[in-house]
Design a protein around this ligand. Structure first.
Ligand code: TRP
Length: 456
């Protein structure tokens, strides 16, 4: 169809630039904060096995479909459906994506605020070199329960995100992620080595790597599937939007493979850091959203120059979160600009204010306000994370698979993928995944949780 550069919309300058931007969106708190606590609550290695199966069977297939649809239509999350199925209700799938983007950003920015708070705590020496698990837990609990710190940091993080998105995702942030992502990776490897060599690490490695399927329940499947879509930034049109900036020359199949592998590598490394250190310190794997924040200070205490490593780690984590919040905000913003005709500045300001207001209850849900903290499912933040971070993305991915599989059509999608001489050897397998395995598998999981009422 249209060539991105010919329409005046943005276009990634190279395959590397695109892969880094898409990986920057995928890699974030989902890998380092959410993955370990979902594994902890989901029963350990058995969850990891199911998660990996979902990433490579369903996640990769959905990612390729989103990228192809975005590149073909050259549109935002809603516009892509409107362009390929004009006058139908399919654009509601895109609308759900836009709403989900705002909802995810509202709680994601709260946790991103925690990384900034912990950066300050580390720099100012709140964590001693002899910190115990109980002390670390107490520090986390009092921090998480502070209304001013949480709402303030939420505001700050959204403000920084807004400034970057308002200026347009320029070379600046791409350059920053390009140079800092490898540093984050190096730091993760280093921390993993230290963690697995701690005394008592064996029990953590066993929990994390030796599957015990008696530990899982009905709720494990939707949780693992939701985590796969969350971590890969799928099911809400983010990859449609990013795909719309990809040139026809770029091979979407190999790009999808690289992004999925890279995202998985970072998540697996995060687990390798958290679980040995957690068992070493004697904390509970079921600590929920506070898990990594309670475990990490005890790990930094085991390192020479731990304060320096700790500060570097939280700084890099905040930057990884920023490259994701930018992409999250870009989804509703590009919709409002394209479809409502608003200026970028106005779109960013309005979206950010709405997101902030929805985010306040999440900021107050870790002890600050009992009403928000005691809601079913572990409080308002956990509830948002489950409803939007797992279920809405799962439903969005289901809608997308059916749309590309049956409405737009596998043939048309393959033609898009194979433009400019690319050959897609696995196209039949991909068509099968999209038309049968993804719809049937995802529907079965959704029906099962509704039938068993095992929502959380
Ligand atoms: N994938 C991101 C992470 O793991 C979170 C996320 C979900 C996201 N959906 C997104 C980021 C859409 C950008 C755009 O941290």
């Amino acid at each position: 169809m249209t060539n991105p550069s010919a329409t005046g919309r943005g276009v990634w300058s190279s395959k590397t630039g695109f892969i880094l931007a898409a990986s920057g969106s995928a890699i974030g708190l989902g890998n380092i904060w959410r993955f370990p606590y979902m594994v902890g609550e989901g029963g350990g290695a058995a969850f990891v096995v199911i998660y990996l199966g979902f990433v490579f069977l369903l996640g990769a297939a959905v990612m390729l479909a989103e990228l192809a649809l975005g590149r073909h239509t050259d549109r935002n999350a809603v516009g892509a459906f409107a362009a390929t199925a004009p006058g139908t209700l399919w654009k509601l799938v895109g609308m759900l994506g836009v709403i989900t983007g705002v909802a995810i950003l509202s709680f994601y920015a709260v946790i991103a605020g925690w990384t900034v708070g912990y950066l300050f705590k580390t720099v100012t020496g709140s964590f001693s070199q002899t910190i115990t698990a109980q002390e670390s837990q107490a520090i986390f609990e009092s921090f998480a329960a502070s209304p001013i710190a949480n709402v303030g940091l939420l505001f700050v993080f959204l403000a920084v995100t807004s400034i970057v998105v308002w200026r347009g995702v320029s070379g600046g942030i791409e350059l920053v992620s390009k140079t800092l992502m490898p540093v984050l990776l190096a730091l993760l490897v280093l921390l993993a080595i230290r963690s697995v060599t701690l005394s008592g690490a064996g029990a953590g490695l066993e929990f994390y790597l030796a599957p015990d399927f008696s530990r899982i329940s009905a709720g494990t499947f939707p949780a693992a599937l939701g985590q796969a879509f969350f971590s890969l930034s799928l099911g809400m049109g983010a990859m449609i939007t990013y795909g719309s900036y990809v040139s026809k020359k770029i091979n979407l199949v190999t790009s999808t493979g690289i992004i999925c592998l890279f995202d998985t590598l970072i998540a697996l490394l995060a687990g390798l850091i958290i679980f040995p250190a957690l068992f070493h310190a004697g904390l509970s794997p079921e600590s929920g959203p506070g898990l990594v924040f309670q475990v990490l200070p005890t790990l930094f205490a085991e390192l020479p120059a731990g304060q320096l490593f700790g500060a570097a780690f939280f700084l890099l984590l905040a930057i990884a979160a920023l490259t994701s919040t930018i992409a999250l905000l870009e989804v509703p913003v590009s919709y409002v600009i394209d479809e409502w005709g608003w200026s970028r500045g106005k779109a960013v300001a309005a979206t950010a204010i709405v997101t902030f207001l929805i985010g306040v209850p999440s900021a107050l849900a870790s002890g600050a306000v009992p009403f928000f903290s005691d809601l079913p499912g572990g409080g308002f933040l956990s509830l948002m994370s489950i409803v939007f971070g797992s279920y809405a993305l799962t439903i969005g991915s289901l809608g997308l698979a059916i749309f590309v599989g049956y409405r737009w059509g596998v043939q048309a999608a393959v033609a898009e993928i194979e433009s400019e001489g690319v050959t897609f050897g696995l196209k039949h397998a991909w068509g099968f995944l999209l038309r049968f395995l993804a719809p049937v598998g995802i529907t079965a999981i959704l029906v099962y949780i509704i039938a068993t009422q095992n929502y959380f």
